[in-house]
Design a protein around this ligand. Structure first.
Ligand code: ARG
Length: 469
């Protein structure tokens, strides 16, 4: 490799080379080298396209393709070569390597193209692949959720709103609630990938390509479904990256909510789960501690995913039309959000799979009579009491029970009938946990049958995601 100032991609009109500190400041090679696979694929496709446009001969195209293959191979094994390169960016790196090997022929590849369209194209390719990576990881998380739901299908637990006991639900229902959110995340990632599926190549620096390029063939060659419609928009559009970051932010938010549930469930007050040793840590001071750090870190890392979204939104705000160098700031936040989100999903899947739910504790907590208060009101309704009145009666019954220090289940029938003559012997059946669960049999409800079919439906959608991430 040549040092900056010797073999540059620009500089003919400059008298002096760049200041060393400025060169370090403006270079992106340290992070955009991550797009080397996309750069090399683009270069190969571009060589084919300009052969087809009559700019290179078949033989020249072949030589370039072979040399690109050699560069790809060396890049895989010779990491010191990459680390020592003084290249300005990933595009400069490959062009310099080509010229070093092929001389004048290497210098022909950049005919008709601009780094502005190249970086837009490679970034889109990167986002499409990253979205697929994450969809694969989400499929594993959903698989872990489905397996736990299956294993704990009939285990009851207290359902809460405002963190107060509300109505009994099944643990499997709670698990699938999180599963639904993650499935939407997978769909959002697919939508972001679809948004990135237009190929900018042929847009030039901003105004289009002056050579007779077959843009459709070039797009197809790189696996894109479409070409972008406006060259000016194509070099400056980063909506696809924002949509990807929004999908990751929502995913991280969902993970943080799952994490919060697990952190609570692991506390001695709940004791609904046993933390897996492999995914927990101890305290350097307090020997008794086993901490839910996996979940806390997942919850904590959510902040920086949001940070990436806000960083890119802010970079794009108020930019004039067309490419601006500010846009180079798009990559680091997105790469980092990709890495973090991927490991968050993977750790969540593994920790969830290794967690043991304490059915004894969950059942016991689900027996809280307060959870069947709605059942008592519904019971009165079946005897013709208007619901609002029934609600009032049950409130009074519960208050009396509290004062008398007994549960509503223990209250004698004569005492109950003082509140309403509608109370009768069939009440005891209505007050069981089983009945409270079984009555919620509408689609999406927590009755065992409804959850069983929800699980089947979830697994069918998951199988599709696994087949086509
Ligand atoms: N490294 C640049 C980026 O990431 C590539 C495009 C440079 N274009 C330019 N006109 N300086 O955005």
């Amino acid at each position: 490799m040549t040092a900056p100032g010797e073999q540059k991609m620009w500089g003919g009109r400059f008298e002096r080379g760049p200041d060393a500190s400025f060169y370090e400041f403006e270079r992106s090679w340290s992070f955009d080298r991550r797009m080397l696979p996309q750069e090399l694929a683009l270069d190969r496709a571009w060589a084919r396209a300009i052969v087809a446009a009559g700019i290179l001969s078949e033989e020249e195209g072949q030589k370039i393709a072979t040399t690109l293959g050699e560069i790809a191979l060396r890049a895989q094994t010779d990491l010191a070569w990459l680390a020592a390169s003084p290249a300005e960016d990933v595009h400069h790196f490959v062009e310099s390597a080509l010229i070093e090997k092929l001389g004048a022929l290497g210098a022909k590849l950049h005919t008709g193209r601009s780094r502005n369209e190249m970086v837009a194209t490679e970034f889109r390719m990167y986002v499409r692949e990253a979205a697929q990576d994450l969809r694969r990881a989400l499929a594993s998380l959903e698989r872990a959720i489905a397996a736990q739901a299956e294993k704990n299908l009939q285990t009851p637990m207290p359902g809460t709103t405002h963190m107060q006991h509300a109505q009994p639900i099944l643990l499997s229902h709670w698990l699938l609630a999180h599963g639904e959110a993650f499935h939407r995340d997978a769909e959002r990632l697919a939508a972001a990938a679809a948004r990135a599926d237009d190929c900018p190549l042929g847009s030039g620096a901003l105004a289009g390509c002056a050579f007779p390029l077959d843009r459709n063939a070039l797009a197809r060659d790189l696996g894109f479904s479409r070409t972008t419609a406006n060259s000016l928009d194509a070099v400056s559009d980063r909506d696809f990256a924002l949509e990807f970051l929004f999908a990751l932010s929502t995913l991280a938010m969902h993970l943080s909510r799952l994490a919060e549930d697990f952190v609570l469930f692991a506390s001695p007050e709940f004791a609904f789960i046993e933390l897996p040793d492999e995914f927990s840590t101890g305290s350097s001071l307090m020997p008794q501690k086993k901490n839910p750090d996996a979940w806390e870190l997942i919850r904590g890392k959510t902040g920086r995913i949001y940070g990436s979204l806000v960083a890119l939104l802010t970079t794009c705000k108020g930019l004039p039309s067309s490419y601006q160098r500010d846009l180079q700031e798009d990559k680091e936040p997105l790469f980092s959000a990709h890495d973090q989100a991927l490991s968050m999903v993977q750790i969540a899947a593994a920790t969830l799979a290794a967690t043991r739910f304490r059915a004894d504790r969950l059942c016991q907590a689900a027996q809280d009579p307060a959870l069947v208060a709605t059942e008592v009101a519904d019971y009165l309704v079946t005897f013709g009491v208007p619901f609002r009145e029934a609600h009032e009666i049950v409130g009074k019954v519960l208050r009396a029970a509290e004062q008398e220090g007994i549960s509503i289940r223990e209250m004698p029938m004569e005492r109950l009938r003082e509140f309403s003559p509608a109370f009768g012997p069939s009440l005891s059946t209505a007050l069981t946990l089983e009945s409270a669960l079984a009555r919620r049999a509408t689609r999406g409800g927590t009755a065992p049958g409804a959850v069983r079919s929800a699980l089947q439906d979830f697994k069918a959608r998951l199988a599709k995601l696994e087949e086509n991430p």
